[in-house]
Write a protein that binds this ligand. Structure first.
Ligand SMILES: [Cu+2]
Length: 177
């Protein structure tokens, strides 16, 4: 049926100029100590097993706005993982991802002032895995990260935390080299 097919392809063609503002990152979680430094690091294999998978779509096609969509598979089932944009990169030490990225940076660090530490000034998502360990979450913020300053997405232990504190960093995805 050629006509419906053409109709389906037309919107994609119209969107093509914006495609360069959309980046897609796919990675499997690996140990931080892997010979080739991995794009996605797991620090807690009970929650984020090696070989489990993340896909991050960053859409900056609308000026002054960024939409993040995070999709994971193979994680611990029926679990909530808070996910944040952090300033540092993913290293062997979970703390290497540094503090949360803030659009307006709190002059007092670590930032606890709700005028800065809030979901409009930071990027926060909540991944809720299903019984198979899959989850997807989308959020948008009214800013675009400054290049080189938002280098990772960090998954926290969340709930049920088991042997981990809820805030522990259990995995990290490098957004920039
Ligand atoms: Cu965080």
């Amino acid at each position: 049926m050629p006509a419906p097919l053409a109709a389906a392809l037309l919107p994609l063609a119209l969107l093509a100029p914006a495609a360069s503002r959309v980046s897609v990152l796919e990675a499997a979680f690996d140990p931080a100590t892997a010979f080739v430094p991995p794009t996605a690091v797991s620090y807690a294999t009970d929650l984020v097993p090696y070989g489990s998978h993340a896909r991050v779509v960053t859409d900056r096609s609308v000026p002054g706005r960024t939409e993040f969509t995070v999709t994971v598979s193979g994680l611990a089932p029926d679990h909530e993982f808070p996910v944040h944009l952090h300033t540092g990169s993913c290293g062997a030490d979970p703390a290497s991802s540094g503090p949360h990225y803030q659009d307006a940076v709190d002059p007092v660090q670590p930032s606890t002032d709700p005028a800065y530490a809030n979901e409009r000034n930071e990027l926060r998502l909540l991944l809720r895995t299903d019984g198979q360990g899959k989850a997807t979450a989308t959020t948008a913020v009214a800013w675009q990260p400054r290049p080189g300053e938002a280098r990772s997405l960090v998954l926290h232990a969340g709930t049920p935390a088991g042997p981990h504190a809820a805030g522990d960093r259990v995995a990290c995805v490098k957004l920039e080299r």
